[in-house]
Design a binder for this molecule. Structure first.
Ligand code: ZN
Length: 391
């Protein structure tokens, strides 16, 4: 791995302070020591996310962002700007990189080919000024390889990219492309995948591998983010098999994620099922199989399994070495925005999914408030009777 150039140049007092802070942090974290001592294929145990990470480099991730729809887009009250991320903004801001999935178009173009108003079809359109709101909230990169970014056609899609670029947000998920961000001298490559032919497709493992390898050749750390999988309560579980939803082939998330890591990805972050999924460690590299929704204003459900969400994160050393994993359990408010959850139900859910996974692998458990574990497990077992509980 090439030494990051700007890092080797910064040898002033700040540099040495950072090295010292990193050393102290490493000593306090047994998992980080174990990782560097050669437990080659293991991942660090996830920790509760704190607002401020002590690691040299921190990257954080969220799932689907829906900030309005075609019906309410022109009538969104100004006070909503502060509502969307009010309770979680500090976690999104105090990072070196924050990536989410923008599940809609930032455009004033009003023509959609989607048949809306009936059934399960939505057209998601957000005010263009929200590009700046997202930037001010902490987002440095957004994935547009999903099933709603083109709800307003090529024009809406082009506008979305332009609005994001004007707000200095990296656009992730364009076909045949990857984004590279300089993060404290670390070159972070970001590659986004969806399940449609005009996107980098989760179904095409050969093409995916090639693109990821290209990104790896030009990056110190590669994040693959993908939108795929079935939706709904039952979708918290998935197997190592193709998922079909609404007649669409939405890929084999397990095979894709592992192939991505085999091709050079250091981390895989999934979304699309609108619910959380388990966290896996494959070849010493983490896979957040799904981070669910993150903001659902204007269309996403917050019922049942979709009531819970989370922020995931990785803590890296100056050369991109994985020092730690972070997880922040959250619950949706009635307004469909994320808020804190003392019961930490999202953590219990992720652990329950790890304990009952439908495919074999090495799963990661997150810390959780023990007093509320049984209630969540009982509820989840009743909600999804097909899940075999080994509790
Ligand atoms: Zn979607």
């Amino acid at each position: 791995m090439p030494r990051p150039t700007s890092f080797s140049r910064s040898t002033g007092p700040a540099f040495w302070l950072r090295i010292l802070a990193w050393g102290v942090w490493g000593l306090a974290s047994g998992s980080a020591l174990a990782q560097s001592a050669g437990a080659a294929k293991a991942c660090p145990a996830p920790q509760r996310m704190q607002v401020h990470s002590q690691a040299p480099v921190t990257l954080r991730f969220v799932g689907d962002l829906v900030l309005g729809n075609s019906h309410l887009v022109d009538n969104i009250p100004a006070e909503w700007d502060a509502m969307y991320f009010g309770q979680v903004e500090s976690y999104l801001k105090n990072t070196d990189l924050t990536l989410g999935n923008l599940e809609g178009a930032l455009t004033q173009y009003t023509k959609t080919l989607k048949v809306t108003g009936t059934g399960r079809s939505y057209a998601f359109r957000f005010p263009p000024r929200y590009a700046k709101l997202l930037k001010d909230t902490g987002f440095t990169a957004l994935n547009v390889a999903n099933n709603h970014a083109r709800d307003f056609g090529d024009q809406g899609f082009a506008d979305t990219g332009e609005n994001l670029r004007q707000a200095a947000i990296a656009v992730v998920g364009l076909k045949g492309q990857f984004a590279t961000l300089q993060v404290k001298g670390l070159r972070v490559g970001l590659v986004g995948f969806g399940f449609y032919p005009h996107q980098n497709m989760v179904q095409d493992l050969a093409a995916a591998g090639q693109l990821i390898a290209q990104a790896k050749a030009q990056s110190d750390y590669v994040v693959v983010t993908f939108h795929g999988g079935a939706e709904g309560d039952e979708a918290v579980f998935h197997g190592n098999s193709n998922e079909i939803f609404l007649g669409e082939d939405r890929g084999n998330a397990v095979a894709f994620s592992r192939a991505a890591i085999d091709a050079g990805a250091d981390l895989v972050v999934g979304h699309g099922p609108h619910v959380l999924r388990a966290i896996e460690c494959y070849q010493g590299r983490p896979i957040f199989h799904s981070l669910g929704n993150f903001v659902g204003v204007g269309g996403l459900s917050i019922r049942s399994m979709a009531a819970m969400t989370a922020i995931g994160g990785v803590q890296l050393g100056p050369k991109g070495e994985l020092l730690g994993l972070e997880f922040l359990p959250l619950r949706f408010s009635e307004r469909k925005v994320p808020q804190s959850d003392e019961r930490e139900d999202a953590s219990h859910l992720v652990n329950w999914l790890a304990d009952n996974a439908k495919f074999s692998g090495q799963f990661l458990r997150v810390p959780a408030n023990e007093a509320s574990r049984k209630a969540l497990v009982d509820w989840a077992s009743k909600t999804i009777p097909s899940a075999k509980v080994r509790d």
